[in-house]
Ligand binder design. Structure first.
Ligand SMILES: [Ca+2]
Ligand SMILES: [Ca+2]
Length: 471
């Protein structure tokens, strides 16, 4: 009897090892470090981000490949960072720059998976050829379900001119989550996919659009943040730009922050961003609850990332597009169940990793975890050694590109280096200065640190890809 039992156990183990794990791939748009587990703002309320982080590995020095949506997401999905693809801008069309690239979901499909998604994963397109299914409508190439918007707009922040993005506005809406739609509908559909049986392993993507602007969410998400209680961003320092070189000052001092202050909207903006994060957190909770109840609970890898961060006044900046940590640093958390091909022991709950990693590494990490062949023509490094041991040696730096090949930020565990066209530089010691208040690049005693950072910059950097001459 004992021999039979042992044989049965051995067979089960073989079965488990040969099964491919599922992947739940969650993207959050424009979320900086204002989640409880990253400590970016003392008032934020994110129990669901925090419970996911606590159940696997939280990366505390994860950086985006680029400081805006399109180049960041293109890099994540293609495994090609901007300095390889030539895609640096939101205005460049991914398929004009990379007509033949096989993106992450299609790569999984070709290797035996069912790939499907909902909400914003790529930059306002689905790219139907990359997915087996998409909600709401793959054929229309529109990743967004119906979402409630106020009839009269703007609600709070007046328009100042054509330079102002039309969605920069905020308000508490008198609607339920269901009436709001948007991310509620996305998470409903994703939950339904988690709830049912599948013939193949799945790569399932959930794209949460909040806290991307406009910061309109149901009013209950504003309630924990009364306006008279709102605290300014901990990273804000009034004279912070004084030691930043001229190109950096120009990049920092954009018109939004000045406009918002003039109209007395700074604290209202902070309140609305906190409310939008709180809403995104609740939507994430719906997906995590669905997975908990799902037959796939114990065989699904969960990855959560945001495409870049966001300034709310730090360095006199509002928005993204900068190399500072407020924008370049992002949430990244990965939970791996036991028994997957690339990490049999799974991740350990409560792991925290301080190594500098880039989101462009997700492609290689996922193929490695799932036992798929490594894609050869990409520039993506598997994070599995860090998922196995969060303090494993990691001699790499993370590169974040801005709008031009010559403008970038480079992050190691302790140092951050920013380079602008024309040769201007910044250097920060985030071990002692996490908000990057003191630029050390001009202080001679840091010359050796500067030289070390310069030596880590890639030798070959692609120019901006142009689809037509002189465009
Ligand atoms: Ca974004
Ligand atoms: Ca400063």
């Amino acid at each position: 009897m004992k021999a039979i039992t042992l044989c049965f156990v051995a067979l089960s183990l073989v079965c488990t090892a040969s099964e491919k794990p599922n992947v739940l791939f969650i993207a959050v748009d424009d979320l900086n470090d204002w989640i409880g587990c990253l400590g970016g703002h003392p008032q934020t309320k994110t129990p669901n981000f925090d419970r996911l982080a606590a159940s696997g590995t939280l990366f505390k020095n994860a950086y985006c490949p680029a400081a805006s949506c399109n180049p960041s997401r293109t890099a994540i999905f293609s495994g090609l960072p901007p300095h390889r693809s030539g895609l640096y801008h939101n205005t460049q069309k991914m398929r004009e720059v990379l007509p033949d690239a096989e993106l992450l979901p299609r790569y999984f499909s070709r290797n035996g998976y069912w790939s499907a998604g909902s909400g914003k994963m790529l930059h306002y397109v689905i790219d139907p050829q990359s997915w087996d299914d998409y909600f709401p409508d793959k054929a229309k190439d529109n990743p967004f379900p119906d979402t409630f918007y106020p009839k009269q707009r703007p609600v709070n922040l007046p328009r100042a001119g054509d330079w102002q993005y039309v969605e920069t506005d905020w308000a508490a809406l008198d609607v339920t989550d269901k009436e709001f739609g948007g991310d509620w509908s996305v998470t409903k559909w994703v939950g339904e996919q988690l709830d049912r049986k599948h013939e193949k392993p799945f790569f399932l993507a959930c794209g949460l659009y909040r806290p991307h602007e406009p910061w309109f969410v149901p009013k209950k998400y504003f309630e924990p943040f009364p306006l008279d209680s709102i605290q300014l961003p901990p990273g804000y320092k009034a004279d912070d730009l004084d030691d930043v070189p001229p190109v950096g000052q120009k990049l920092g001092r954009n018109r939004y922050f000045d406009h918002i202050q003039k109209h007395g909207q700074w604290k209202k903006g902070i309140q609305a961003y906190l409310a939008s994060i709180h809403f995104a957190d609740a939507m994430l909770g719906r997906v995590l609850d669905s997975l908990e109840k799902s037959p796939h609970r114990d065989n699904t890898i969960v990855v959560l990332w945001s495409d870049h961060g966001w300034h709310l006044g730090e360095k006199e900046h509002w928005q993204k597009f900068t190399g500072w940590r407020a924008c370049a640093r992002v949430p990244l958390m990965i939970r791996v169940p036991k028994g997957v091909p690339g990490l049999a022991e799974g991740t350990q709950a409560g792991s925290v990793c301080h190594r500098p990693v880039s989101l462009v590494d997700l492609f290689a990490t996922l193929t490695d975890l799932c036992g798929l062949p490594a894609k050869p023509d990409i520039e993506s490094r598997s994070l599995v050694p860090l998922l196995r041991d969060s303090s494993a040696p990691w001699p790499h730096a993370a590169l974040t590109h801005l709008d031009k090949p010559e403008n970038y930020a480079l992050s190691t565990e302790r140092w951050r280096y920013i380079h602008y066209q024309g040769g201007e530089e910044e250097l920060y010691d985030i071990g002692t200065d996490p908000h990057e208040w003191t630029n050390l690049a001009t202080q001679p005693e840091y010359g050796a640190n500067l030289a070390e950072m310069r030596a880590l910059v890639p030798q070959k950097v692609a120019p901006v890809h142009r689809t037509q001459p002189n465009q």
